[in-house]
Design a protein around this ligand. Sequence first.
Ligand SMILES: Cc1cc2nc3c(=O)[nH]c(=O)nc-3n(C[C@H](O)[C@H](O)[C@H](O)COP(=O)(O)O)c2cc1C
Length: 364
Amino acid sequence: MIRTKLCDLVGIKHPIIQAGMGPWKTEKLAIAAANAGILGIISTSGIIAEAMGMAVVGEPDRPGEGERTPYEMTKQLILRVKEATREAKGIFGINCMVSAELVQGARDIISGTLDAREEDPEVKERLRVIITSAGDPLPWAEVIKPSGAKWFHVVPSVRHAQRCERAGVDAIIASGHEAGGHTAWEPVHSMVLLPAVAKAVNTPVVGAGGFCDGASLVAALALGACGVQMGTRFIATQESDFVPLWKNRVLKSGERDTLAARGFVGPLRYLKNRASIELTELTLKKTPRLYLGEPDVALDPDIWSVESQGMANLMGDDDEKALFYGGEVAGRFEDLPTVKELVERIVKEAEEIISSLPGFIKPK
Ligand SMILES: Cc1cc2nc3c(=O)[nH]c(=O)nc-3n(C[C@H](O)[C@H](O)[C@H](O)COP(=O)(O)O)c2cc1C
């Protein structure tokens, strides 16, 4: 067993967070993860996408959730995950993006989550974590902190981590540039970001971006983290909510097969294919200075048009036309295990590595 501050903070067996990942709701993944003794995270990006009438509607096998509001959808989703994790007493949470474009939806989703906790003691007991991301944490302190839920926020830099500490979060998720999905324009990867954040704050830090196995979990602990959040690795699992086209594209990608381009919520890392190359070329043409670290600008309508078409193509069968978020770590694995098999393998490998390390210290 590897037990860290993260395990104690949220009551999980292994120090691993299954990342919330849009455009789905990661319902099945969160259930499998919570039942495997790690923190299962529901992605509310799927709710926002659906509420906005985006082309990717509902889960692949749960088409269209009807006319309900994000508030109602959140509560129902939470209740379904609660039911499916009861036997194992699984611990779970939600991820909510709080960027300026999504702030109204985020308010609805977070109030749905807090109300679900207040209305049902079992939800309060097992939905322990709210992970906010892609925006400023400070305005959310007065909303989330009084609820008693543990609050984590995702950051790409030391400065953002210090702001989280001011906001009073319970843990900071430091997300390196190699991470799939939402990223920053400045290329600061986990190897530099994680120890820098861990040194700069007194709040527990979780590493995200590039983690997939026992070796990378041990590396995160060595760099000062108390656990890891993994996204891309969990796409390629039996239970994951992602369409087979996406799972297969992850499996066939190498470590050099990703690109960062402007998407709906800012910079996003995509698996490299015809669609993401087109989006990157358009980003370079329309907003080249973003890559130089200049402040972000409003979403260009042509970029949005290419992005939404790429998302709609997820329902097709051409893996060059669809847009897939994914991290560099896609190049580090080639199998499709169950979540339980994956978690057990990671922990066993990490234990073996840690046990072997003292062998490197030789008496002088
Ligand atoms: C397909 C995909 C979708 C994602 N969607 C979201 C999201 O909706 N909200 C969010 O905060 N992060 C999102 N992320 C980032 C993950 O939560 C996580 O931090 C990241 O995947 C970690 O890096 P890794 O992919 O190298 O494991 C997404 C990542 C991927 C790969």
